[in-house]
Design a protein around this ligand. Structure first.
Ligand code: ADP
Ligand code: MG
Length: 247
């Protein structure tokens, strides 16, 4: 069953009021329930714009997006609700600096889901255990490493019990020694059956976790396939050339 369905999505930006940038061109993509789909491609190829469109952080120029068969691109859809139901983790961790780790995680469940304090804290501690940071509940973000902060950011997203998780280069801002601890958490989520759509340059992760790899270039989805197909037998010359540069 399709969890996220992107149909003929295009997004144009008008830069400096004159030049039109076709950031995404007629892209169609399905993420089925429980699937992990990894988007790869050169810088500026439209990966973030496509991902951000899923929870309408970008408003598409044309096309449709459905989450659980609800059209999020329908002007009548409540976007606040859509964003509550789709978790997003960015390159920068964006934790609230003045709140403890525990309070960062309990804030949205308490305010939005109206969960009582005790239940929210129980949930937060379970999630912290899942990301290996139960002992940091009372710490503040500035007392944590980048990798730990990103794991808290993941736990915070999970606290809303999202229908799907979006990740935009979640390890790109991390020092090399911290990348693995974040990827390990993401791998565990993938194995747990979390529906995930992500942009990453971590091809090892893509090989290990992805059901499908999608290659984008110049705003277009050039090809998609299993990690095996994409990394070993890419069909398009553009995919081959990209992979030759990064692998
Ligand atoms: P990627 O994530 O693959 O690096 P992006 O989706 O960020 O690519 O960008 C795709 C294209 O859209 C790029 O040419 C970028 O400069 C342009 N773009 C992205 N966001 C904006 C914006 N807010 N205004 C104007 N142009 C943008
Ligand atoms: Mg990007």
């Amino acid at each position: 069953m399709a969890k996220i369905e992107i149909k003929n999505l295009s997004k144009d930006f008008v830069a400096n009021g004159i030049k039109t940038v076709h950031a995404v061109k007629n892209a169609s993509l399905t993420v089925n329930d429980g699937e992990v789909v990894v988007i790869i491609g050169p810088s500026g190829s439209g990966k973030s714009t496509l991902l951000r469109s899923v929870n309408m952080l970008e408003t598409p120029t044309s096309g449709q997006i459905f989450i659980d068969d609800i059209e999020v691109t329908d002007p009548k859809t409540d976007l606040r609700k859509v964003r509550e139901e789709v978790g997003m983790v960015f390159q920068s961790f964006n934790l609230f600096p003045h709140l403890t780790v525990l309070d960062n995680i309990t804030l949205a469940p308490r305010k939005v889901l109206k969960m009582d304090k005790a239940s929210a804290e129980k949930l937060a501690l379970e999630l912290l255990e899942k990301v290996g940071l139960k002992d940091k509940a009372k710490s503040h973000p500035n007392q944590l490493s980048g990798g730990q902060q990103q794991r808290v950011a993941i736990a915070r997203s999970l606290a809303m019990n999202p229908k799907a998780m979006l990740f935009d280069e979640p390890t790109s801002a991390l020092d090399p020694e911290m990348i693995k601890e974040v990827l390990d958490v993401m791998l565990a989520l993938a194995k747990d059956g979390t529906t995930m759509l992500l942009v990453t340059h971590e091809m090892g992760f893509a090989r290990a976790a992805a059901d499908k790899v999608v290659f984008m270039d110049s705003g277009e989805i050039i090809e998609e396939g299993s990690p095996e197909e994409m990394f070993t037998h890419p069909k398009s010359e553009r995919t081959k050339s990209f992979l030759d540069h990064i692998l």
